[in-house]
Design a protein around this ligand. Sequence first.
Ligand code: FAD
Length: 366
Amino acid sequence: MSKISVDYLVVGSGVTGATIARQLTDEGHEVMVLERRQHVAGNAHDTVHSSGIRYHTYGPHYFRTSSSRIWEFVNRFADFYKFEGVLQTDVNGQLERWPVHKDYIRKHVGENWEPEFKGQPGNFEEAALSIMPRLIYERFIEGYTRKQWGVLPTQLEPWLAKRFDVSTDDDLRLKKHRYQGIPLGGYEAWAWRMLDGIDCQLGVDYLKERDRFHARKKVIFTGPVDEYFGYDLGPLAYRGQRRSLIFIPNVDYVYQVPQINCPDIAAGPHVRILEWKHTLPEEERNVQGSLLTVETPFTPDDPGDYEYPFPSTENNELYKRYEARAKALDNVLICGRLGEYRYFDMDQAIARAFVHVDRLLGRRQD
Ligand SMILES: Cc1cc2nc3c(=O)[nH]c(=O)nc-3n(C[C@H](O)[C@H](O)[C@H](O)COP(=O)(O)OP(=O)(O)OC[C@H]3O[C@@H](n4cnc5c(N)ncnc54)[C@H](O)[C@@H]3O)c2cc1C
């Protein structure tokens, strides 16, 4: 049987694969996309519940960027309605602002507090205690971290604490990027428009069927790097989330905001509750009842469930060994969230995809 031959074979139709496929096609190359799931858009995929409420299949995806180039690129494929994430944290049954506000610290800790940890943090807990009072760490962070990663915070790398900040103004938004939104009509339709005119085959696992395909220029593989190499140096660690969907009839809303963080270990193993109606454009909210997703972290075996690279030194070292092998491949580029074993937000994944395309086309050398 003759092989299907194209210039570039893109494995994976997530944000990274779709961006690279689009750009290479726009430059006149023949591109084919293979996707092992039955849908495009990777982990940004969304769908509509029987109630009419759209929800994000793999957890909440809020698009944010301060780059005009990235914003213009994503708006080529859909109009984005304004959505700015606002979160709360359930602290012993009381819903508090997140990020924590300086007034909360003033009220519960006092005006003049000294960081408990001074010096160079060697782990996540030390890093957190170098930037926030212990009481805040214990109420907002510690339990969440233990549930999220399934280990003690002292076993995690210090850089993770960089994600936290204390809000000092009345602006409730989680992130203050210049552009924030969600595509009208959803991420799946947005990704299909990005792939417009490109042959995209669903339900094809490249690693199981690679003999059927030939890339004249390069294979761009956006799946897990350790899976690509048959785990022969050992598996990289990941965390995933189990999600239960709960429809509550006869209510308008359950919560005041789209996302509730749940650090209290005694309250159960779940870390977040999402209320999807808050994420819809105003004109789509007129639905009776409300749809929630409850997210509970776990350690996945199935690569389809890999979500977060595990932030430990041991894993990063293992990844570096896979990375060296990936870089030595002539005809394959391994990239994206799973390929580069790095948590990318969608805008970062797009920025990174732009860099890869520039290198593929010889527009940059570094
Ligand atoms: C829980 C969660 C919440 C998030 N929330 C946000 C958010 O609010 N805002 C934000 O900007 N970002 C968010 N992100 C990050 C966002 O999901 C990533 O930036 C994005 O998924 C990166 O896209 P990707 O294409 O690199 O990877 P993926 O989306 O994982 O796509 C990879 C694709 O490759 C396919 N594939 C893998 N192996 C094969 C194979 N062998 N053959 C064929 N196909 C294969 C997979 O099925 C998948 O569809 C979140 C991530 C998670 C996990």
